[in-house]
Design a protein around this ligand. Structure first.
Ligand code: NAP
Length: 335
């Protein structure tokens, strides 16, 4: 019998996606199934395609909302906050095909932000309470300072809901004190929009391991996700949460140099962005950064001269200091 629980009686996947690099994610059988046959993950999870019987279903171990087990409807995902992060998650989920537009709802107090997203087909609302009622999993993507008021608004939620907070510096404990929902904390970054997000997550006290699996699959569908102890979340915040800004900063320097030396600005930007993308892929594939630097720096060649200048400017040291400063601030803000 096919089961949502990873590997349980599920037999071999219909075809293993060898072409997907292993570093990107460890595909579960369910995800392999989706990749093989197409369609959103959650439609296959929760439809009557191969329903899990009531006796098999143990709510302590399997997060399957009863309302969606046999009715042919996909899991409903809600996002509170349609700002930079919330909208990038929504766009990423749609772009990757993980979630159908009609299974995705997003709320915000600002209707203008919602209009842009409504045009992509997802449902929108200004009513957070309604969104929580209509969703099985709710991502909370408001500024940390707004978390308290959003939790107050939605305080009558039942424990069969899963809240996923992406707010920097807000602990699962803080959220759990204010809600009955199960809680997972995620530190994403802004690159979800292009399905290249680096993220980490940790489970709250009441979240069950299958909640973690579910969220890991969702996050992996728009990038690469790792489970970490919550104590490391501030480090992740300063490293990969803030990370895109460090890269943009460095890229700005490269683009400026290209322009000063005669390249049109748009071509310089594309050269820099493609180089960053390629370098990232190479780092993911080969892993050894020292070796990768060495491979480009032919002795007596051109790159080595550039790298010497970076060393003279203590760029590596400055980058380390930047991350440590961001992590320090994240720890100061933690509550
Ligand atoms: N941006 C990043 O790169 C990044 C990375 C990692 C984590 N995060 C986390 O993601 C969260 C959101 O950050 P962001 O950059 O996306 O902020 P943002 O652009 O300000 O988005 C937050 C959105 O929530 C709206 N909002 C405020 N109160 C609300 C309420 N009660 N109900 C519904 N919507 C409400 C805001 O509307 P108004 O603008 O009208 O107030 C805004 O549109 C933060 O907690 C942050 O720590 C962000």
């Amino acid at each position: 019998m096919w089961s949502r629980r990873r590997g349980l009686n599920s037999g071999p996947p219909p075809c293993w996606p060898h072409e997907i690099p292993r570093w990107r994610f460890q595909p579960s059988f369910e995800l392999v199934y989706r990749l093989s046959y197409g369609g959103p993950i959650f439609t296959k999870y929760h439809t009557n395609y191969k329903p899990i019987s009531r006796t098999e279903w143990n709510p302590r171990y399997t997060f399957i909302p009863s309302s969606h087990r046999n009715d042919g409807v996909g899991m409903k995902i809600g996002i509170i906050g349609a700002g930079n992060l919330g909208s990038s998650l929504a766009r990423g989920f749609l772009k990757s095909g993980t979630i159908n537009a009609n299974d995705l709802k997003i709320s915000d107090i600002n209707e203008k932000k919602l209009n842009a997203l409504a045009s992509l087909g997802m449902k929108t609302t200004t009513n957070n309470k309604q969104l929580v009622e209509d969703s099985d999993v709710v991502f909370i993507a408001v500024k940390p300072g707004m978390m308290d008021s959003v939790l107050k608004e939605t305080k009558n939620v039942s424990s069969d809901r899963l809240f996923v907070s992406v707010a920097a510096g807000v602990s699962t404990e803080f959220i759990e004190k204010r809600t009955k929902a199960r809680v997972i904390r995620v530190m994403p970054n802004i690159c979800g929009e292009v399905a290249e997000m680096a993220s980490c997550y940790s489970l709250g006290r009441t979240a069950i391991p299958e909640d973690g699996e579910l969220i890991e699959q969702l996050l992996n569908s728009i990038g690469t996700a790792f489970k970490v102890d919550e104590g490391l979340m501030e480090t992740v915040t300063g490293l990969s949460g803030s990370g895109p800004a460090y890269f943009y900063f460095f890229m700005k320097g490269l683009q400026n140099a290209g322009v000063e030396l005669g390249l049109p600005s748009d071509i310089a930007l594309k050269l820099v962005a493609q180089t960053a993308k390629g370098a990232g892929e190479m780092a993911m594939t080969h892993g050894d950064l020292e070796k990768l630097i060495k491979n480009v720096c032919t002795p007596g060649g051109t790159t080595i001269e550039g790298v010497k200048m970076l060393e003279k400017g203590k760029v590596e040291e400055s980058v380390e200091k930047a991350v440590k400063a961001a992590v320090k601030r994240a720890r100061e803000l933690l509550r």
